[in-house]
Design a protein around this ligand. Structure first.
Ligand SMILES: [Mg+2]
Length: 410
């Protein structure tokens, strides 16, 4: 690859300009950040954080294989009853070459891999193992944010071991997890949460990857858009339609264009492709959403039946909100079809509410609105509330994190 003299000159000029800004700025770190051209963000002061994302490998299935040696080396599926519309929670790596994936119907998974051992979910046992693992994390830093039972972010910028290398630290964490639990984990190391998460996926299972600030730009530019955490199949397809296939293509789009096409989340895309993610590892998370869902015994297209179920779910959510003394700022309806594809509809309330009747009615209105577009039978309906926080106006990222929590494919 040839780099022209002009490009080198521009790079040197940008670094020099940033150096000058740093020198001249007496402001706080964050007001300084606002002055920085997003293209220079890789050299911004927040890049000196050290974040590790740890994700256990096939957690439930790995525990089962650890405790029952006869299943080691065999395809293991942990999931619900195939005769009762159960879904796969986790499958061992031996089952994955057959096309088995988390979230698919158990009966389909067993058709793809008939020799697999099917085991029921034993959440209490998994939770006990998870606590052992989180204890290891918390002995290293108090800044541990659990994303699920088997996944967490650790801010190790300062840590109890006084270890300056996050890479060495994550090797130690992996080794300690294996020693204590006999299980393997994958770790990603970087300077923000977004990149640490992507890094942990690179060498799965039992892998580790590091994305340093100087490698981040090149890495993100080469990354296909569907690999960006937060860009699901639908968004990726829309981007492909816009001739955007990689981070490099995405970077060419101005923020205004992204916001126009994707709404608030466009800003998030604009920033993460430049390696900007200002989220902090937050040990205690304020609950941001609350939802209930219902899987039907048989797939249905009966609108009256669906309306009644939506109404009940809405009333239930409203009742819980009131008992928690929280209010909903928006309501989200999730519809999962017979083929497991799903759609969500969201509506903001002008004023936050805990009125179960209003929530339930709005849920059915959302159902009516999108029912015209349904051409498949429905297997599941979910109603959730986006909760009003202590002090309002969520950032685009919070909005995104919330939307993603209700729709992982987003
Ligand atoms: Mg995992």
């Amino acid at each position: 690859m040839q780099v022209s003299f002009k490009e080198i000159f521009v790079k040197i000029f940008r670094r020099f300009r940033l150096f000058l800004k740093l020198l001249l700025s007496n402001r706080s770190r964050f007001s300084f950040l606002n002055l920085v051209n997003p293209r220079d963000a890789f050299f911004a002061p927040c890049d000196n954080r050290k974040i590790i994302h740890v994700d256990m490998d096939a957690f439930f299935a790995a525990i089962e294989q650890r405790d029952r040696p006869k299943f080691r080396g065999k395809p293991v599926i942990v999931g619900g009853d195939p005769w009762d519309r159960g879904v796969v929670s986790t499958c061992s790596y031996e089952a994955r070459p057959f096309g088995v994936r988390s979230g698919m119907a158990t009966h389909r998974a067993l058709r793809l891999c008939p020799q697999a051992v099917l085991l029921p979910v034993d959440m209490n046992r998994y939770r006990a193992v998870s606590e052992e693992i989180f204890d290891i994390f918390r002995r290293i830093t108090p800044l541990v944010e659990g994303m699920s039972i088997d996944e967490a972010y650790l801010d190790v910028t300062s840590n109890s071991k006084n270890e300056s290398s996050a890479t060495r630290l994550s090797q130690q964490i992996k080794a300690e997890i294996f020693l204590k639990t006999g299980l393997t984990a994958s770790a990603g190391v970087s300077f923000n949460m977004f990149l640490a998460k992507i890094a942990s996926e690179i060498n799965k299972p039992n892998g580790m990857a590091v994305i340093t600030p100087d490698r981040a730009a090149g890495f993100l530019e080469a990354l296909p858009v569907h690999r960006f955490h937060g860009i699901g199949r639908v968004t990726a397809n829309r981007l492909h339609g816009m001739n955007v296939h990689t981070g490099r293509d995405l970077k060419r789009l101005p923020m205004e264009a992204l916001v126009e096409v994707f709404g608030k989340i466009g800003r998030y895309y604009y920033e993460v492709v430049r390696g900007i993610d200002r989220r902090c590892v937050t040990p205690v998370r304020v609950r941001k959403s609350l939802g209930r869902e219902n899987t039907f015994p048989v797939d249905t297209a009966n609108l009256d039946f669906l309306r009644e179920k939506t109404l009940r779910l809405g009333l239930e959510v409203g009742g819980i909100l009131r008992s928690m003394n929280r209010r909903a700022r928006a309501i989200i309806l999730k519809v999962k079809f017979a083929d497991f594809s799903q759609t969500t509809r969201c509506r903001q309330f002008i004023q936050a509410t805990d009125d179960a009747g209003i929530i339930a009615n709005r849920g059915t209105l959302l159902l009516d609105e999108c029912a015209k577009a349904f051409c498949k039978k429905i297997r599941l309906i979910g109603v959730s509330a986006h909760l009003e926080g202590p002090d309002e106006q969520p950032s685009a990222q919070e909005e995104f994190a919330f939307m993603q929590s209700i729709n992982p494919k987003l």
